[in-house]
Design a protein. Structure first.
Length: 288
């Protein structure tokens, strides 16, 4: 769900894929995943003396001691006497650490925690956060790995900074990214449609036609820029993915089958395609 400020453009737009950074929403989402899973194992003071205090129980007690001695490198005889103490230290560290150390920390906790069911639930929740907040990383086999290549990011960034004459193309790519990165209700179908519309847009501008004729643009490039036949065939296949009678545009593809990876692939592919077509058009002296 998009709130009022987002719908009317009053809230700042998402910065895009987070590769060497971590915004507050991503950091908080990962912390909440720890709270929901590993840090949920606390109980009240069993002796009932004074105000109720919470203490780590089960695997969490051992994990906290490992965090203190192996991660923070602190002497065990300075280990806090209550859950509040270790919790406050971990929380202060987590929200003040550089982005890369946050990933170190969320890797360490499940590796120190011995219950596979809790770790698996954490990985699922953390990966959902990483997808929602457009992180370039995912948990794979217990390790945080980069799944978005710098080349992919560069392709998207280049597509979002086209010349003013290609502003309509840029707008399609911007909307594709917005649909993909909506935290509450990502729209993968319309993200893909906007991505391919960007390709159609640059083709329409280059051919001078009101309605985009993808094949006409490819023929023009073949004649004037020497577009290789194999590339022409590959581009036609990519276009067919979203435009044939059983494709996205005709709403016959089951929406449940569309994923973040599908939409991201199309955004990256179409951004790279737009950048490539722009270069070919310029080389051939084709104005747009």
């Amino acid at each position: 769900m998009r709130f009022f400020s987002e719908r009317f453009g009053l809230a700042p737009k998402r910065a895009g894929i987070q590769i060497e950074s971590m915004d507050d929403a991503l950091r908080t989402g990962l912390w909440n995943a720890l709270l929901t899973n590993h840090f949920a194992f606390v109980e009240a003071d069993p002796y009932g003396y004074g105000p109720a205090k919470l203490y780590p129980v089960g695997g969490l007690e051992k994990t906290c001691r490992l965090v203190w001695s192996m991660y923070f490198k602190e002497p065990l005889d300075t280990y806090p006497k209550s859950w509040e103490g270790i919790h406050e230290r971990m929380r202060k560290y987590f929200f003040g650490a550089p982005w890369n150390e946050v990933y170190d920390f969320v890797e360490f906790i499940p590796k120190a925690f011995e219950r596979d069911d809790v770790n698996d639930a954490f990985y699922r929740q953390a990966n959902a956060v990483l997808v929602r907040e457009m992180s370039a990383y995912r948990f794979v086999s217990g390790s945080v790995v980069r799944v978005t290549d710098q080349v992919e990011i560069d392709a998207i960034e280049s597509g979002l900074h086209l010349p003013r004459s290609l502003r309509t193309v840029t707008e399609h790519l911007e909307r594709a990214l917005e649909h993909l990165s909506d935290r509450d209700s990502p729209d993968y179908r319309n993200s893909i449609k906007e991505s391919i519309s960007a390709v159609e847009g640059i083709c329409a501008l280059a051919t001078g036609q009101q309605k985009a004729d993808f094949n006409a643009a490819l023929r023009l490039l073949e004649q004037r820029a020497g577009l290789h036949g194999a590339l022409k065939s590959a581009f036609n296949s990519l276009y067919g993915y979203t435009s044939d009678s059983s494709g996205i545009r005709h709403a016959l593809l089951d929406e449940a089958t569309l994923s973040h990876d599908d939409a991201k692939f199309m955004l990256v592919a179409c951004s790279a395609f737009v950048n490539y077509l722009k270069a070919l058009f310029e080389m051939a002296g084709i104005r747009y």
